[in-house]
Design a protein around this ligand. Structure first.
Ligand code: UD1
Ligand code: MG
Length: 457
């Protein structure tokens, strides 16, 4: 069956009442990514010729959230059951293909389980799991020869059938010609008045087919999200798996239970990550990078040997090798930090280049600036880059020294090796090699001045 082309149908029409949310269930996020995106991404790995998503609750909100994907969207206006949902997709199913049915709220599905199921399936195949507590699930009914005879939904099952612990995960593979014929025969004559997809099993048996089954022992991979508690449970499973993969790749994690990766974290050798860090989007940490506690790093690359101290936030920035950042530093989009630079506490860098070996160590704002090599920017320096309407550039050339509490009113250039005296407000270019200052003319002292004292009651 693997030689046949593959169609994938993802059921995503349900409301998800128990999420207690205004948003359709499949848009809720796990590891920073919508549940349905997880399923679509897994589906794409199986190289289907077509992915069809059945949507319903929430209307166009679901297709709109996945406008970037090549999906055939099928609306199920009323949710009359899983069989009814697949019936809506039937006109789009290719004649000579196999269909794999996935559920939009089962985000951790396993690619290998799906592949094994597809390999085993001739007319119909089921992915099943044994559950200690099978309540609520469709039971897999087998005959004395252990061949599958039917799926009986919990609400329709007899007391004896309810003792069965092997249940339907909802992930089903079927040959399209047969599937279309079975779908046409479904009725809603059951305890829930729904068109059950699971009734196709008995129809296949009646037609003389052997129903294949792949029994998985990875329960999380077939777990559906019905509530916020379920969501948080699977989030922890996902994060623990990611942390384990990082450790297997050589990372030292201070505590694998306290790291969150919401995207893709690439690491070199001997990377160390302390507790409470969050990585979002595409992040790369080169060899020997150390990340202190409670850092947030998003869509950024960090060069080898760079040390990031606690509570540093980095977004869309590029940091080279051997830098020291933080604690409490903030690199905003467009920050480019060259080798061996230091960005210290309460320093914000936005859309600026900081040259090799330069230091901005305390309480500064550097925005829209080009800072050369070996520049020292003193505490409390501000590039005044914004006049309320437009933004302007500050250029600080190599080896310049900017005294503390300086305002550089852009556009302005500080020449190579220039020194700016502390407390200056610089509005014109400062020449290379010279001392430039701009302060109040006089320093006054009042000899008999007295500090105010508290009034007595
Ligand atoms: C279904 C299976 C059950 C299985 C269980 C696994 C049927 C009849 N039962 O039961 O055997 O053990 O899943 O979790 O198939 N959906 C639609 N349109 C609908 C109804 C459902 O798109 O009209 C979607 C839901 O959004 C959900 C999925 O199909 O993603 C499963 O539906 P749900 O109502 O949860 O089915 P269960 O009763 O749990
Ligand atoms: Mg369900």
């Amino acid at each position: 069956m693997t030689t046949q082309s593959l169609n994938i149908v993802i059921l995503a029409a349900g409301k998800g009442t128990r999420m207690q949310s205004l948003m359709p269930k499949v848009l809720h996020k796990l590891a920073g990514k919508a549940l349905l995106q997880h399923v679509i991404d897994a589906a794409k790995q199986l190289n289907p010729s077509k992915i069809i998503v059945v949507y319903g609750y929430g209307g166009n909100a679901v297709p709109e959230a996945f406008a970037h994907e090549n999906i055939v969207w099928v609306e199920q206006k009323e949710q009359l059951g899983t069989g009814h949902a697949v019936q809506q997709a039937a006109p789009h199913l290719d004649q000579d293909a196999t269909t794999l049915i996935l559920l939009g709220d089962v985000p951790l599905l396993s690619r290998t389980s799906c592949e094994t199921l597809l390999n085993k399936t001739k007319a119909l195949g089921l992915l099943t799991v044994n559950k200690a507590n099978p309540t609520g699930y469709g039971r897999i009914v087998r005959n004395a020869q252990t061949s599958i005879e039917a799926i009986v939904e919990h609400k329709d099952a007899t007391e004896q059938q309810r003792q069965i612990t092997e249940v339907n995960t909802g992930i089903i593979a079927a040959n399209n010609q047969h599937l279309k014929a079975w779908l046409a025969q479904l009725s809603n004559n059951n305890a829930q008045g729904e068109y059950y997809l699971t009734d196709i099993v008995a129809l296949a048996v009646k037609d003389g087919h052997q129903v294949a089954a792949e029994v998985t022992n990875d329960e999380s991979s077939v777990e559906g999200v019905n509530s916020k508690a379920d969501l948080s449970g699977l989030e922890r499973v996902y994060q623990m798996r990611y942390a384990t993969a990082l450790m297997n790749a050589g990372a030292t994690l201070q505590d694998p239970f306290r790291i969150d990766v919401r995207g893709d974290l690439k690491i070199g050798k001997d990377v160390e990550i302390d507790v409470g860090c969050v990585f979002e989007g595409e992040v790369t940490l080169a060899d020997k990078v150390k990340v202190g506690p409670y850092c947030v790093i998003k869509n950024s690359t960090i060069g080898s040997g760079t040390e990031i101290a606690a509570y540093t936030h980095i977004e869309q920035a590029h940091v080279n090798a051997g830098c020291k950042l933080g604690p409490y530093a903030r690199l905003r989009p467009g920050a480019q930090i060259a080798d061996h630079a230091h960005i210290g506490n309460f320093v914000e860098i936005k859309n600026s280049t900081i040259g090799d070996g330069s230091k901005v160590n305390h309480l500064s704002y550097v925005g829209d600036a080009v800072v050369g090599k070996n520049v020292n920017i003193g505490a409390g320096t501000i590039t005044c880059n914004y006049d309320g309407a437009n933004k302007f550039k500050t250029i600080i050339e190599d080896n310049a020294f900017i005294g503390s509490d300086t305002q550089l009113v852009a556009p302005v250039t500080i020449g190579e090796g220039a020194t700016i005296a502390a407390g200056s407000t610089i509005t014109r270019d400062a020449p290379a090699g010279q001392l430039t200052f701009c302060r109040a003319k006089e320093q006054k002292s009042i000899a008999n001045w007295k500090r105010p004292v508290k009034k007595s009651k």
